[in-house]
Design a binder for this molecule. Structure first.
Ligand code: C6P
Length: 386
């Protein structure tokens, strides 16, 4: 049976060009970039190319920093804990503002910081499933050290008004961090246009490899390192550099930028085709207005059908989707994001996230639609609540 992958917000296929570009760094150019001999130094030009691609992809300025990390989870931890050690622990400030719909690597780090005495405000989302800049402005006090609001939500695909929020933070003299994991490769992410102070990303969400991410840090800002050790990355993040990963992430970033137009037109067209087809089913609800979402994501609640049951049926018939974020897939609780959006208890367990990529084809969408429709019919026929 042909399998169809519609879970690209969990992870993406590595672009074959990225895979090929990474290949030499395993058995040929395998030197440690910090070694002084030729095995180490021969990879320096390749790392420079990769770093330039990251700078270009984000439109970062020369003086800005891009720290290489192991993943976005590490990037987000670095910002939140770095700000805690730099500005909160022994300083005047004691307050962080975030939202109720962040990924667990922000939410749970905030909870940890609360256990250390930090005051955290979790801003609720409005009927559009977003947090507006005014709500951020009202929450800022003279004690606020940092605002952390995601660029786009991983479960709903909703894009947050990060440009306005960044401006508010600038006006108020508060640092602004955004988790842009689900925005890179889907919409333009430009750190000159959106004046963020810190921005997190993960390569495997935009057809790069797993185990490599980055943290953008605006020029002039410093953060306590999360990982202490050697002098790699000028001591800002210790640990031997993942040469293959950096090369792969650099190329993946360039390809993501090159494909933004395709994403905005063709991926969006396929997502809309899928969504329009799903909306023909009776008693379904799609979360969030289309124009506010990244082009690849649809989150749909199907009345009378448990999300897990639908996921199981879809998987049995070759369709890979998810009920929410992959890292919470073992929990039978309703997703905190979906609960925060306030769809009501009846619908909170019925959601399915379908997420496309530039590798998704029209025939895959048509087959997925057919399988989904049949699965809903089967499950509703045996549902006690429908
Ligand atoms: N979300 C999902 O299914 P890592 O695992 O560190 O590469 O990325 C973490 C992460 C951080 N922020 C956002 C907005 C994310 O979506 C993710 C990963 C996946 O939604 C896996 S849980």
């Amino acid at each position: 049976m042909e399998r169809i992958y519609l879970d690209n917000n969990a992870t993406t296929i590595v672009d074959p060009m990225v895979k090929q570009a990474m290949e030499p760094y395993f058995c040929d150019k395998y030197g440690n970039p910090n070694s002084l001999h030729s095995f180490g130094t021969e990879v320096h030009p390749d790392l420079r190319v990769a770093m330039n691609r990251l700078y270009k992809g984000l439109n970062a300025a020369e003086g800005d920093d891009i720290l290489i990390t192991g993943c976005a989870t590490e990037s987000n931890n670095t910002v939140l804990k770095g700000v805690y050690f730099d500005l909160i622990k022994n300083g005047e400030k004691n307050h962080i503002i975030t939202t109720t719909v962040e990924h667990p690597c922000v939410a749970n780090t905030c909870r940890f910081l609360e256990s250390q005495g930090v005051k955290v405000t979790y801003l609720p989302v409005n009927q559009d499933a977003r947090v507006e800049a005014d709500a951020v402005r009202h929450a800022i006090t003279e004690k606020t050290a940092l605002v952390s609001v995601m660029w786009a939500n991983n479960e709903t695909g909703i894009i947050f008004p990060v440009k306005e929020i960044a401006r508010v933070c600038r006006d108020e003299g508060v640092l602004f961090h955004t988790d842009a994991v689900q925005a890179i490769g889907k919409v333009k992410v430009d750190v000159q246009d959106v004046p963020v102070d810190f921005l997190s990303l993960s390569a495997h969400k935009f057809h790069g490899p797993k185990g490599i991410g980055a943290l953008y840090i605006r020029s002039g800002l410093k953060l306590q390192p999360l990982l202490h050790g050697g002098e790699q990355m000028s001591g800002k993040r210790a640990g031997t550099l993942n040469t293959a990963g950096i090369v792969g992430m650099g190329l993946a970033m360039e390809l993501a930028s090159d494909n933004l137009e395709y994403e905005a037109t063709e991926v969006r067209r396929l997502r809309d085709r899928l969504e329009d087809g799903l909306l023909k089913l009776k008693d379904v609800m799609v979360l969030g207005r289309r124009e506010l979402r990244v082009p690849n994501t649809v989150f749909i609640s199907v009345r009378g059908v448990e999300g897990e049951a639908l996921l199981w049926d879809l998987n049995k018939n070759g369709i890979a989707a998810s009920t929410g974020s992959a890292c919470a897939s073992e929990s039978l609780e309703a997703s905190p994001v979906i609960t925060a959006i306030g769809v009501g208890a009846e619908l909170s367990h019925t959601g399915i996230r379908l997420s496309l990529s530039r590798f998704t084809t029209e025939s895959e969408i048509d087959r997925a639609l057919k399988v989904f429709t049949e699965a809903v019919g089967r499950l509703r026929a045996i549902s006690a609540s429908y």
